[in-house]
Design a protein around this ligand. Structure first.
Ligand SMILES: [Zn+2]
Length: 265
């Protein structure tokens, strides 16, 4: 053991004397001496992403992808207590699934997309879609009340949204929606589209009577109304329901088979 410590001390002493012999020296070069000649950096703009090419009034063009179901398995299980019957467990959908299918392709009614892009064009601001498409599972999870069973969110014919910078002025957004029908052919000369009436009916989930023409019904949700899972913000918001299909020229009603027809994962 003493031999081992002696050896260790000897080696440490050698190392120290070796370190003391090391001397640093500066290297000098002229400012224009390089091993490799480097090109002077040039300022250039960042490349444009594909989704930045498709803009209206400086904001991204709304497509059907903006309507995808907001459901998620991360959302907690809810217990629904019903008077006179057993409690019911509500689970959200897995999310990430497809949109409703029509002719084998994902489908959202184009009229909704066109209306929202028109709003972006007129305001120069982003439309924030809080609820686009809802699969039946997510629809029940958000609002299990019987009034919501036939929600057209389930067939891609309804949207809830607000507009950035117009969060507290939904009446201005409503005026733009009415203006849309006065500007766009073939609706411009047809009073069934240009004239909006009020939908006066009791038992609605909003205090303000909705506005409607032949194609749409617009609901205004005040800050204390319609606060389901998808609309957990403090702004008033608008909901547009499609009543009539401009392609088939037929009324749009809720159809449970259509609601079930979407790609699951
Ligand atoms: Zn879903």
């Amino acid at each position: 053991m003493p031999i081992f410590f002696s050896l260790l001390l000897f080696l440490c002493a050698c190392k120290r004397s070796h370190d003391q012999k090391i001397r640093g020296e500066y290297l000098f070069r002229n400012h224009n001496e390089y091993f490799f000649q480097l090109a002077s950096p040039q300022k250039r703009d960042a490349p444009t992403y594909p989704w930045e090419l498709n803009q209206i009034a400086g904001v991204p063009h709304i497509t059907k992808d903006f309507f995808r179901c907001r459901g998620s398995r991360q959302n907690p299980v809810k217990i629904q207590q019903k008077e006179g019957s057993a409690a019911r467990t509500l689970r959200d959908c897995t999310g990430g699934h497809g949109l409703p299918l029509k002719g084998g392709r994902e489908f959202i009614y184009p009229a909704l997309i066109d209306l929202l892009n028109y709003l972006q064009e007129k305001t120069g601001k982003k439309v924030i879609i809080t609820t686009g498409y809802r699969c039946p599972e997510h629809n029940t999870y958000c609002d299990p009340s019987p009034k919501n069973w036939n929600s057209k969110h389930q067939i891609g014919a309804e949207v809830d949204f607000y507009v950035e910078s117009f969060e507290t002025q939904p009446e201005q957004i409503l005026a733009f929606l009415q203006q849309y029908y006065k500007e766009k052919p073939p609706f411009a000369n047809d009073p069934t589209f240009t004239r909006f009436t009020r939908y006066e009916k009791s038992g609605l989930n909003v205090a303000t009577p909705p506005w409607m023409n032949k194609e749409i019904l617009v609901k205004l949700y005040l800050p204390e109304e319609g606060r389901d899972q998808d609309n957990q913000h403090t702004y008033p918001y608008l909901g547009i329901q499609l009543r009539w299909d401009r392609n088939s020229l037929q009324p749009i009603t809720f159809d449970s088979r259509q609601a079930q027809n979407y790609l699951r994962h």
